[in-house]
Design a protein around this ligand. Structure first.
Ligand code: SAM
Ligand code: SF4
Ligand code: SF4
Length: 375
């Protein structure tokens, strides 16, 4: 169902419009916190990719064949500076964003990330609350950095871990990084007060689906919450095929056969993971059904790419260049108006229409890579 598109003030800033290629005039200058898109979805969650580089070459995300020695990563001055990121986040908070997630690439590779977190920790919602500041990481540098991240103001951390089997994990990250060091990172995060840590496992049939149960057993009764993510067709370099997806339903069934589970309600509107609880009191798991049970209807996530483009969907083919605005000297009112205009125009719901696309049509869409836009 489409909600009525709000009317717009006739006095838009044409430079903003031209730079962004947006069709309509920016509306009221400063944000009100009540911004919604064409389907009445608010903007609540902002994911910010702070580097396109990574020390892993996960086969489903940055395969070496594409991201090899010659791959042209962005230059330093192409990345948003910490000040630029903070300005965008401040305006996003005024528009209703309550949660920031730093991602990448591998966000812990960005030098001085603690300084960025300190700046973001100063931001407030329109009613004066601090924003939640989360981080998604491969965990490789977490043992070293957990304490300083917490001191800087990080609130939560999500660690990606796709297997407990060293041989398989090392083959999946393709840089021979051992499981134990990621587990050390998770422990350090708990010790630093960044818990409960969420642990994300992407499941690809025939690659690591036999690790579903060992992972469930390992984290059962632990302070971490394990979440299973359906393998998605993000980007164009992973050669995704539908039959490689293990559905959330199958994951829950496989685990439940050994460790009985019961469903739990969502804790927050727009939550991506469906939650299940072990009936023996061993905690809970989450399943993220990005493919088999799309949650576009409540999707409240905006994304900022490494070079400052605003994307309104993980599967978008192009973003809106906020960096050009910032470096062109736009003031906060202009930035707020531009972001409002983009969000009001948003009608993305890729996961809901994916099933209607032929493989050829899917391949034709030049989607951006996960390492660039952030997970
Ligand atoms: N490097 C960090 C990490 O791995 O946690 C942050 C960036 S990574 C792109 C964010 C998340 O996206 C990770 O949990 C990763 O497993 C997930 N991801 C990457 N490619 C994916 C795909 N094709 N399908 C589902 N999840 C994917
Ligand atoms: Fe790097 Fe994360 Fe992608 Fe793996 S999933 S290659 S760790 S960005
Ligand atoms: Fe949101 Fe796009 Fe994913 Fe749908 S496909 S849930 S709109 S990011």
């Amino acid at each position: 169902m489409t909600s009525p598109v709000p009317t717009h003030a006739p006095d838009g800033d044409s430079a903003v419009r031209e730079t962004l290629g947006v069709r309509r005039l920016p509306s009221t200058g400063l944000a009100t916190g009540g911004l919604v898109d064409r389907f009445a979805r608010p903007m609540r969650d902002l994911r910010i990719s702070i580097t396109d580089r990574c020390n892993f070459r996960c086969v489903y995300c940055m395969p070496k064949a594409v991201f090899g020695r010659d791959y042209a990563f962005l230059d330093r001055d192409e990345l948003l500076s910490f000040e630029e990121i903070t300005r965008i986040a401040r305006v996003a908070a005024a528009h209703g964003v309550e949660k920031l997630r730093l991602t990448g690439g591998e966000p812990l590779l960005r030098r001085g990330i603690e300084g960025l977190i300190e700046q973001l920790a100063e931001l407030r919602t329109p009613d004066g609350r601090p924003l939640e500041i989360a981080l998604t990481t491969n965990g490789s540098a977490l043992a070293m950095k957990a304490e300083s991240l917490k001191q800087a103001g990080l609130t939560r951390v999500t660690v990606s871990l796709d297997s407990l089997d060293d041989e398989l994990f090392e083959a999946m990250n393709d840089v021979r990084f051992p499981v134990a060091r990621v587990l050390d990172g998770i422990e350090a995060a708990h010790a630093a007060g960044l818990g409960p840590v969420k642990v994300n496992m992407v499941v690809k049939r025939g690659l690591n689906d036999h690790e579903i149960l060992p992972m469930a057993r390992h984290f059962h009764g632990s302070p971490s919450t394990l979440r299973f993510i359906e393998y998605m067709d993000v980007g164009t370099s992973n050669g995704w095929q539908l039959d490689e997806v293990v559905s959330s339903a199958e994951i829950v069934e496989r685990i439940g056969a050994e460790l009985p589970l019961e469903p739990l309600g969502a804790t927050a509107p727009g939550e991506t993971a469906a939650r299940w609880r072990y009936t023996d009191g061993g905690g809970e798991i989450g399943v993220i059904s990005s493919v088999t049970n799309a949650f576009c209807g409540t999707c409240n996530r905006a994304r900022i790419s490494t070079e400052g483009k605003l994307f309104t969907c993980l599967f978008a083919t192009e973003g809106h260049d906020l960096r050009a605005l910032l470096r062109g000297g736009v003031d906060d009112d202009g930035l707020a108006a531009a972001m409002a205009s983009i969000w009001r125009d948003r009608d993305d719901r890729y996961s809901e229409v994916r099933a209607t696309l032929t493989p050829e049509l899917r391949a034709e869409r030049a989607k951006v890579e996960m390492s660039y836009i952030g997970g």
